[in-house]
Write a protein that binds this ligand. Structure first.
Ligand SMILES: Nc1ncnc2c1ncn2[C@@H]1O[C@H](COP(=O)(O)OP(=O)(O)OP(=O)(O)O)[C@@H](O)[C@H]1O
Ligand SMILES: [Mg+2]
Length: 221
């Protein structure tokens, strides 16, 4: 589903953010991406949905080379991928409901289906009482859940989540992980960047570890 071949990413002179990273994630896999701050986790996720392009090497997503993909193919790629950003990226002038509904509108769902799925997702994430609030009116943990609802509402083939439990208390983060597992059991490939060692231990899934932009051997972390 996701393959990286000898991927190097440099943002400028100096040490690359990623250097010579090769890895593969099968369809339906559930993996954690870990490593210290600055190791390259966010960069790796960004390459997968073509928010960045590699300096060298190839990124293949669902059999397409995203690095050389034509611009008009990018929306198609992004429709297959749900992303929870490290800083949420909610639209400040839209309500909680509208932030999630907007994602369903962009992919062209019928209005009735847009509403139904949006309500369902927001209910699942315990945000029923926040539907008509704006992002700045809700807590950090609630904003994070809105971002998660938005990433999942289109039932993506791939879910990329960047520190999705960073602002959540332990109980809520367990619930969110349960939700991700559930999504994964329906076939979505899941890749989660996190520092949270407890979470990783508890989940007992594959761990991809980065350090200074390089992949660590499996089990080394
Ligand atoms: N847009 C950018 N321009 C220049 N340098 C960048 C950019 N984004 C990231 N970097 C640099 O690339 C390296 C990897 O950053 P990245 O954000 O991928 O790390 P990370 O593992 O996600 O860190 P964190 O755990 O703090 O989120 C860092 O040295 C960072 O300063
Ligand atoms: Mg990051």
């Amino acid at each position: 589903m996701i393959q990286l071949f000898h991927v190097t990413k440099k943002y400028g002179p100096g040490a690359p953010a990623l250097s010579d990273v090769s890895l593969a994630l099968e369809k339906g896999e559930f993996a954690f991406l870990t490593g210290p701050s600055g190791a390259g986790k966010t960069t790796l996720l960004r390459l997968i949905f073509r928010y960045e392009v590699p300096t060298s090497g190839q990124v293949i997503v669902n059999n397409e080379n995203v690095a050389t993909m034509r611009h008009r193919r990018i929306p198609h790629l992004r429709r297959q991928i749900g992303v929870v950003f490290q800083d949420f990226k909610l639209l400040p002038r839209k309500t909680v409901f509208e932030n999630v509904a907007y994602a369903t509108k962009v992919v062209g769902l019928a209005p009735r289906e847009q509403r139904a799925r949006t309500y369902q997702m927001l209910e699942m994430l315990g945000l029923n009482h926040r539907l008509h609030n704006y992002p700045e009116q809700v807590s950090g943990g609630e904003q994070q859940r809105v971002a998660i609802a938005r990433a999942l509402v289109n039932r993506p083939l791939i879910l990329l989540a960047d520190e999705p439990t960073g602002n959540l208390d332990p109980e809520l983060s367990r619930e969110i992980m349960g939700l991700f597992k559930d999504i994964n059991s329906h076939g979505t490939t899941v890749l989660i960047a996190t520092h949270d060692r407890d979470l990783i231990q508890r989940m007992a899934r594959r761990v991809i570890a980065l350090e200074h932009g390089a992949l660590m051997p499996a089990g080394a972390s």
